[in-house]
Design a protein around this ligand. Structure first.
Ligand code: DGJ
Length: 375
Protein backbone atom coordinates (compact mmCIF):
# COMPACT_ATOMS: atom_id res chain seq x y z
CA UNK A 1 0.00 0.00 0.00
CA UNK A 2 2.85 2.35 1.00
CA UNK A 3 4.53 1.68 -2.35
CA UNK A 4 1.31 2.24 -4.22
CA UNK A 5 0.81 5.66 -2.56
CA UNK A 6 4.40 6.58 -3.33
CA UNK A 7 3.84 5.66 -6.97
CA UNK A 8 0.69 7.80 -7.17
CA UNK A 9 2.52 10.77 -5.61
CA UNK A 10 5.44 10.38 -8.03
CA UNK A 11 3.07 10.22 -10.95
CA UNK A 12 1.47 13.52 -9.94
CA UNK A 13 4.87 15.07 -9.38
CA UNK A 14 6.16 14.17 -12.84
CA UNK A 15 2.91 14.47 -14.76
CA UNK A 16 3.47 18.11 -15.78
CA UNK A 17 6.93 17.23 -17.08
CA UNK A 18 5.81 14.22 -19.10
CA UNK A 19 2.42 15.43 -20.27
CA UNK A 20 2.17 15.98 -23.99
CA UNK A 21 0.22 18.92 -25.29
CA UNK A 22 -2.55 18.10 -27.74
CA UNK A 23 -3.45 21.55 -28.97
CA UNK A 24 -1.97 24.63 -30.58
CA UNK A 25 -3.11 27.94 -29.08
CA UNK A 26 -2.35 30.69 -31.62
CA UNK A 27 -0.89 33.83 -30.09
CA UNK A 28 -0.13 32.20 -26.72
CA UNK A 29 3.27 31.26 -25.31
CA UNK A 30 4.39 27.98 -26.93
CA UNK A 31 6.72 26.01 -24.68
CA UNK A 32 9.37 23.59 -25.93
CA UNK A 33 10.46 20.36 -24.23
CA UNK A 34 12.38 22.39 -21.64
CA UNK A 35 9.39 24.58 -20.81
CA UNK A 36 10.84 27.61 -22.64
CA UNK A 37 8.90 29.69 -25.22
CA UNK A 38 9.98 28.47 -28.68
CA UNK A 39 12.48 30.88 -30.20
CA UNK A 40 12.21 30.28 -33.97
CA UNK A 41 10.64 33.33 -35.58
CA UNK A 42 10.04 34.07 -39.26
CA UNK A 43 10.48 30.35 -39.57
CA UNK A 44 9.83 27.47 -41.88
CA UNK A 45 9.40 23.73 -41.55
CA UNK A 46 11.18 20.87 -43.29
CA UNK A 47 9.75 17.36 -43.11
CA UNK A 48 12.41 14.67 -43.31
CA UNK A 49 12.15 10.94 -42.63
CA UNK A 50 9.11 11.13 -40.37
CA UNK A 51 10.17 14.21 -38.39
CA UNK A 52 9.27 17.88 -38.77
CA UNK A 53 12.12 20.36 -38.26
CA UNK A 54 11.25 23.95 -37.41
CA UNK A 55 13.94 26.52 -38.26
CA UNK A 56 13.63 30.16 -37.28
CA UNK A 57 15.29 33.37 -36.17
CA UNK A 58 16.56 33.33 -32.61
CA UNK A 59 15.24 36.63 -31.18
CA UNK A 60 16.90 38.46 -28.30
CA UNK A 61 15.29 40.36 -25.40
CA UNK A 62 15.90 43.89 -26.60
CA UNK A 63 17.10 43.86 -30.19
CA UNK A 64 15.97 42.39 -33.48
CA UNK A 65 19.61 41.97 -34.53
CA UNK A 66 20.91 38.41 -34.65
CA UNK A 67 22.96 37.65 -31.55
CA UNK A 68 22.73 33.86 -31.78
CA UNK A 69 21.64 32.60 -35.21
CA UNK A 70 19.10 30.15 -36.56
CA UNK A 71 17.47 27.75 -34.13
CA UNK A 72 16.09 24.31 -34.85
CA UNK A 73 13.35 22.29 -33.12
CA UNK A 74 11.98 18.87 -34.01
CA UNK A 75 8.59 17.26 -33.58
CA UNK A 76 6.54 14.34 -34.81
CA UNK A 77 3.12 15.68 -33.85
CA UNK A 78 3.53 19.43 -34.68
CA UNK A 79 2.56 20.40 -31.12
CA UNK A 80 5.40 19.15 -28.90
CA UNK A 81 8.78 20.50 -30.01
CA UNK A 82 12.24 19.46 -28.84
CA UNK A 83 14.92 22.13 -28.86
CA UNK A 84 17.79 20.93 -31.10
CA UNK A 85 19.94 24.01 -30.46
CA UNK A 86 21.54 26.39 -32.93
CA UNK A 87 21.54 25.13 -36.51
CA UNK A 88 23.52 28.10 -37.88
CA UNK A 89 25.51 30.28 -35.52
CA UNK A 90 26.38 33.91 -36.16
CA UNK A 91 30.14 34.57 -36.14
CA UNK A 92 32.30 36.67 -33.80
CA UNK A 93 34.77 37.53 -36.55
CA UNK A 94 34.58 41.24 -37.38
CA UNK A 95 33.58 41.77 -41.01
CA UNK A 96 32.04 38.32 -41.45
CA UNK A 97 28.84 38.49 -43.51
CA UNK A 98 27.05 36.84 -40.59
CA UNK A 99 28.83 38.75 -37.85
CA UNK A 100 26.97 38.80 -34.53
CA UNK A 101 24.66 41.83 -34.71
CA UNK A 102 23.76 41.35 -38.37
CA UNK A 103 20.10 41.01 -39.37
CA UNK A 104 19.25 37.43 -40.22
CA UNK A 105 15.64 36.82 -41.16
CA UNK A 106 13.18 34.20 -42.41
CA UNK A 107 15.48 31.15 -42.68
CA UNK A 108 14.11 28.19 -44.63
CA UNK A 109 15.68 24.76 -45.13
CA UNK A 110 15.21 22.18 -47.88
CA UNK A 111 16.80 18.79 -48.46
CA UNK A 112 18.64 18.23 -51.74
CA UNK A 113 18.39 14.56 -52.76
CA UNK A 114 21.10 14.96 -55.41
CA UNK A 115 23.77 16.01 -52.90
CA UNK A 116 22.33 14.58 -49.69
CA UNK A 117 22.79 18.03 -48.11
CA UNK A 118 20.39 20.23 -46.18
CA UNK A 119 20.34 23.70 -47.69
CA UNK A 120 19.38 26.81 -45.75
CA UNK A 121 18.59 30.16 -47.38
CA UNK A 122 17.84 33.32 -45.44
CA UNK A 123 17.58 37.08 -45.79
CA UNK A 124 20.74 38.80 -44.61
CA UNK A 125 21.48 42.41 -43.78
CA UNK A 126 25.07 43.28 -42.91
CA UNK A 127 25.84 44.49 -39.41
CA UNK A 128 25.40 48.22 -38.97
CA UNK A 129 23.93 48.80 -42.42
CA UNK A 130 20.21 48.76 -41.65
CA UNK A 131 18.29 47.12 -44.47
CA UNK A 132 20.51 48.41 -47.28
CA UNK A 133 22.35 45.22 -48.23
CA UNK A 134 19.19 43.25 -49.13
CA UNK A 135 21.10 40.00 -49.63
CA UNK A 136 20.22 36.34 -49.94
CA UNK A 137 22.48 34.00 -47.99
CA UNK A 138 23.00 30.25 -48.13
CA UNK A 139 24.41 27.61 -45.80
CA UNK A 140 24.60 23.79 -45.96
CA UNK A 141 24.68 20.90 -43.52
CA UNK A 142 24.97 17.12 -43.52
CA UNK A 143 22.32 16.73 -40.84
CA UNK A 144 18.94 18.46 -40.48
CA UNK A 145 19.92 19.89 -37.11
CA UNK A 146 23.21 21.25 -38.47
CA UNK A 147 25.72 22.59 -37.84
CA UNK A 148 25.13 24.56 -41.04
CA UNK A 149 28.22 25.92 -42.77
CA UNK A 150 27.77 29.41 -44.16
CA UNK A 151 28.66 29.50 -47.88
CA UNK A 152 28.06 33.04 -49.15
CA UNK A 153 25.66 35.97 -49.40
CA UNK A 154 24.89 38.50 -52.06
CA UNK A 155 22.40 40.12 -54.35
CA UNK A 156 20.67 37.80 -56.80
CA UNK A 157 20.82 37.07 -60.54
CA UNK A 158 23.10 39.89 -61.78
CA UNK A 159 22.99 40.64 -65.53
CA UNK A 160 19.74 38.69 -65.94
CA UNK A 161 16.38 39.91 -67.13
CA UNK A 162 13.20 38.05 -66.14
CA UNK A 163 12.94 34.72 -67.97
CA UNK A 164 9.58 35.53 -69.54
CA UNK A 165 10.56 38.91 -70.98
CA UNK A 166 10.76 39.16 -74.74
CA UNK A 167 13.02 41.52 -76.67
CA UNK A 168 10.43 44.31 -76.57
CA UNK A 169 10.15 44.04 -72.77
CA UNK A 170 13.93 44.22 -72.43
CA UNK A 171 14.15 47.18 -74.79
CA UNK A 172 11.41 48.97 -72.85
CA UNK A 173 13.27 48.38 -69.58
CA UNK A 174 16.60 49.50 -71.03
CA UNK A 175 14.97 52.75 -72.19
CA UNK A 176 13.83 53.73 -68.67
CA UNK A 177 15.75 56.66 -67.21
CA UNK A 178 15.76 56.73 -63.40
CA UNK A 179 16.57 60.46 -63.48
CA UNK A 180 13.03 61.01 -64.82
CA UNK A 181 11.47 59.41 -61.76
CA UNK A 182 12.86 61.28 -58.78
CA UNK A 183 9.42 61.38 -57.17
CA UNK A 184 8.01 58.04 -56.01
CA UNK A 185 4.39 56.85 -56.00
CA UNK A 186 3.25 58.89 -59.00
CA UNK A 187 1.35 57.22 -61.88
CA UNK A 188 4.30 57.35 -64.31
CA UNK A 189 6.68 56.07 -61.59
CA UNK A 190 4.38 53.08 -60.92
CA UNK A 191 4.26 52.34 -64.63
CA UNK A 192 8.06 52.50 -64.81
CA UNK A 193 8.36 50.19 -61.78
CA UNK A 194 6.23 47.58 -63.46
CA UNK A 195 8.32 47.96 -66.63
CA UNK A 196 11.46 47.22 -64.58
CA UNK A 197 12.84 50.54 -63.31
CA UNK A 198 14.59 48.73 -60.41
CA UNK A 199 15.43 45.63 -62.46
CA UNK A 200 17.47 47.98 -64.61
CA UNK A 201 18.99 49.83 -61.66
CA UNK A 202 20.16 46.57 -60.07
CA UNK A 203 21.02 44.69 -63.24
CA UNK A 204 24.80 44.79 -62.73
CA UNK A 205 24.95 44.42 -58.96
CA UNK A 206 22.17 41.84 -58.70
CA UNK A 207 18.58 42.12 -57.57
CA UNK A 208 17.65 42.89 -53.97
CA UNK A 209 16.46 39.95 -51.84
CA UNK A 210 14.61 40.44 -48.55
CA UNK A 211 11.59 38.52 -47.11
CA UNK A 212 11.73 35.03 -48.54
CA UNK A 213 10.61 31.45 -48.70
CA UNK A 214 11.69 28.30 -50.56
CA UNK A 215 9.56 25.92 -52.56
CA UNK A 216 10.28 22.56 -54.20
CA UNK A 217 8.06 21.83 -57.18
CA UNK A 218 6.77 18.37 -58.13
CA UNK A 219 9.67 17.85 -60.56
CA UNK A 220 12.22 18.40 -57.77
CA UNK A 221 13.24 21.90 -58.95
CA UNK A 222 13.69 24.33 -56.08
CA UNK A 223 12.73 28.01 -56.12
CA UNK A 224 13.60 30.98 -53.95
CA UNK A 225 10.75 33.48 -53.67
CA UNK A 226 11.67 36.88 -52.23
CA UNK A 227 10.75 40.54 -51.99
CA UNK A 228 12.92 42.41 -54.46
CA UNK A 229 13.09 45.79 -56.17
CA UNK A 230 12.83 47.87 -52.95
CA UNK A 231 10.14 45.44 -51.67
CA UNK A 232 7.94 46.49 -54.57
CA UNK A 233 7.99 43.23 -56.54
CA UNK A 234 8.35 39.56 -55.66
CA UNK A 235 10.81 37.43 -57.60
CA UNK A 236 10.49 33.70 -58.03
CA UNK A 237 14.03 32.52 -58.84
CA UNK A 238 15.07 29.04 -59.92
CA UNK A 239 17.84 27.33 -57.91
CA UNK A 240 20.62 25.17 -59.30
CA UNK A 241 20.59 21.35 -59.10
CA UNK A 242 22.42 21.47 -55.76
CA UNK A 243 20.04 24.21 -54.50
CA UNK A 244 22.92 26.52 -53.52
CA UNK A 245 22.99 28.92 -56.50
CA UNK A 246 20.50 30.88 -58.54
CA UNK A 247 20.39 29.79 -62.18
CA UNK A 248 19.67 33.26 -63.57
CA UNK A 249 16.10 32.33 -64.49
CA UNK A 250 13.49 34.30 -62.57
CA UNK A 251 9.92 35.54 -62.89
CA UNK A 252 8.36 38.63 -61.33
CA UNK A 253 5.15 38.38 -59.31
CA UNK A 254 2.79 41.34 -58.80
CA UNK A 255 5.18 44.05 -60.07
CA UNK A 256 4.84 47.17 -57.93
CA UNK A 257 2.42 45.38 -55.56
CA UNK A 258 4.60 45.79 -52.41
CA UNK A 259 4.40 42.25 -51.10
CA UNK A 260 6.43 40.82 -48.22
CA UNK A 261 6.33 37.60 -46.22
CA UNK A 262 5.68 35.17 -49.11
CA UNK A 263 4.35 31.68 -48.29
CA UNK A 264 3.55 29.23 -51.07
CA UNK A 265 1.74 25.91 -51.40
CA UNK A 266 0.12 23.75 -54.04
CA UNK A 267 -3.18 21.91 -53.88
CA UNK A 268 -5.04 20.06 -56.61
CA UNK A 269 -2.67 21.36 -59.27
CA UNK A 270 -3.06 25.02 -58.29
CA UNK A 271 -0.40 27.15 -56.59
CA UNK A 272 -1.42 29.54 -53.82
CA UNK A 273 0.71 32.36 -52.51
CA UNK A 274 -0.09 34.24 -49.31
CA UNK A 275 1.80 37.46 -48.60
CA UNK A 276 1.53 40.64 -46.53
CA UNK A 277 1.81 44.30 -47.37
CA UNK A 278 4.86 46.30 -46.25
CA UNK A 279 4.29 47.94 -42.87
CA UNK A 280 7.46 47.07 -40.98
CA UNK A 281 6.74 45.08 -37.81
CA UNK A 282 3.10 46.24 -37.72
CA UNK A 283 0.48 43.80 -39.01
CA UNK A 284 -1.59 44.44 -42.13
CA UNK A 285 -4.12 42.53 -44.19
CA UNK A 286 -2.88 39.33 -45.85
CA UNK A 287 -3.02 39.06 -49.60
CA UNK A 288 -3.55 35.93 -51.66
CA UNK A 289 -2.70 34.98 -55.26
CA UNK A 290 -3.17 31.85 -57.33
CA UNK A 291 -1.58 30.49 -60.49
CA UNK A 292 -1.74 27.27 -62.46
CA UNK A 293 1.96 27.52 -63.20
CA UNK A 294 4.65 28.63 -60.73
CA UNK A 295 5.94 31.07 -63.31
CA UNK A 296 2.55 32.74 -63.54
CA UNK A 297 0.42 34.51 -64.47
CA UNK A 298 -0.60 35.11 -60.84
CA UNK A 299 -4.09 36.41 -60.03
CA UNK A 300 -4.83 38.26 -56.79
CA UNK A 301 -7.93 37.32 -54.76
CA UNK A 302 -9.16 38.49 -51.33
CA UNK A 303 -7.34 37.60 -48.11
CA UNK A 304 -8.09 34.06 -46.90
CA UNK A 305 -8.34 35.20 -43.26
CA UNK A 306 -11.68 35.05 -41.44
CA UNK A 307 -12.86 35.89 -37.93
CA UNK A 308 -11.57 38.10 -35.15
CA UNK A 309 -8.74 40.40 -36.36
CA UNK A 310 -8.81 38.84 -39.83
CA UNK A 311 -8.26 42.29 -41.38
CA UNK A 312 -4.89 42.38 -39.65
CA UNK A 313 -4.00 38.74 -40.30
CA UNK A 314 -4.79 38.05 -36.62
CA UNK A 315 -2.07 40.64 -35.77
CA UNK A 316 0.49 38.46 -37.52
CA UNK A 317 2.46 38.24 -40.74
CA UNK A 318 2.77 35.12 -42.87
CA UNK A 319 5.99 33.14 -42.82
CA UNK A 320 5.30 29.65 -44.17
CA UNK A 321 2.61 27.22 -45.23
CA UNK A 322 3.25 23.74 -43.97
CA UNK A 323 1.92 20.81 -46.03
CA UNK A 324 1.10 18.04 -43.54
CA UNK A 325 3.03 14.96 -44.67
CA UNK A 326 0.92 12.32 -46.39
CA UNK A 327 -2.29 14.40 -46.21
CA UNK A 328 -2.86 16.06 -49.59
CA UNK A 329 -5.55 18.39 -48.27
CA UNK A 330 -3.93 19.38 -44.97
CA UNK A 331 -1.98 22.64 -44.75
CA UNK A 332 -1.06 24.88 -41.85
CA UNK A 333 -0.79 28.66 -42.23
CA UNK A 334 2.10 29.94 -40.10
CA UNK A 335 2.50 33.59 -39.12
CA UNK A 336 4.44 35.70 -36.61
CA UNK A 337 3.03 38.24 -34.20
CA UNK A 338 6.07 40.49 -33.93
CA UNK A 339 7.00 42.24 -30.66
CA UNK A 340 9.71 44.67 -31.83
CA UNK A 341 10.15 46.15 -28.32
CA UNK A 342 10.60 42.69 -26.79
CA UNK A 343 11.48 40.50 -29.80
CA UNK A 344 11.96 37.27 -27.84
CA UNK A 345 8.30 37.45 -26.82
CA UNK A 346 7.04 37.40 -30.44
CA UNK A 347 4.25 34.83 -30.85
CA UNK A 348 3.16 32.29 -33.41
CA UNK A 349 -0.14 31.97 -35.21
CA UNK A 350 -0.57 28.52 -36.69
CA UNK A 351 -3.99 27.81 -38.16
CA UNK A 352 -5.29 25.02 -40.39
CA UNK A 353 -6.21 25.96 -43.94
CA UNK A 354 -9.64 24.80 -45.05
CA UNK A 355 -11.11 25.10 -48.54
CA UNK A 356 -14.37 26.64 -49.72
CA UNK A 357 -15.07 25.97 -53.39
CA UNK A 358 -11.41 25.02 -53.62
CA UNK A 359 -10.30 28.45 -52.32
CA UNK A 360 -8.15 28.53 -49.16
CA UNK A 361 -9.70 29.89 -45.95
CA UNK A 362 -7.78 30.61 -42.76
CA UNK A 363 -10.27 30.99 -39.92
CA UNK A 364 -9.27 32.09 -36.44
CA UNK A 365 -9.41 29.46 -33.70
CA UNK A 366 -8.40 29.97 -30.07
CA UNK A 367 -7.23 26.41 -29.89
CA UNK A 368 -7.06 23.45 -32.26
CA UNK A 369 -5.39 20.11 -32.62
CA UNK A 370 -3.30 18.92 -35.59
CA UNK A 371 -4.26 15.39 -34.43
CA UNK A 372 -7.49 15.98 -36.37
CA UNK A 373 -5.38 15.58 -39.53
CA UNK A 374 -4.51 12.03 -38.53
CA UNK A 375 -7.63 10.94 -36.57
C1 DGJ B 1 8.72 43.06 -42.23
C2 DGJ B 1 9.41 41.78 -42.60
O1 DGJ B 1 8.46 40.88 -43.02
C3 DGJ B 1 10.17 41.25 -41.42
O2 DGJ B 1 10.79 40.03 -41.76
C4 DGJ B 1 11.17 42.30 -41.02
O3 DGJ B 1 12.08 42.48 -42.06
C5 DGJ B 1 10.45 43.60 -40.70
N1 DGJ B 1 9.68 44.02 -41.83
C6 DGJ B 1 11.41 44.68 -40.35
O4 DGJ B 1 10.72 45.90 -40.19
Amino acid sequence: MKHFLLLVCLQFLFLPLCAKDRTIRPGELWLDNKGVHINAHGGGIMYHKGTYYWYGEHKAENTSSALVGVTCYRSKDLVNWTNCGIALAVEDQVGSDIEKGCTLERPKVIYCPRTGKFVMWFHLELKGRGYAAARAAVAVADKPTGPFKFLRSGRVNPYCYPADWNEADIAQCKALQSSQFTEWWTGPWREAVSQGLFVKRDLDGGQMARDMTLYIDDDGRAYHIFSSEENLTLHLAELSDDFTYHTGRYWRIAPGGQNEAPALFKRNGRYWLITSGCTGWAPNEARMFWADSLTGPWTQVPSPCRGENAKLTFNGQSTYILPVAGKPDAFIFMADIWRPKHPIDARYVWLPITFENDTPVVAWRDEWSPATFWD
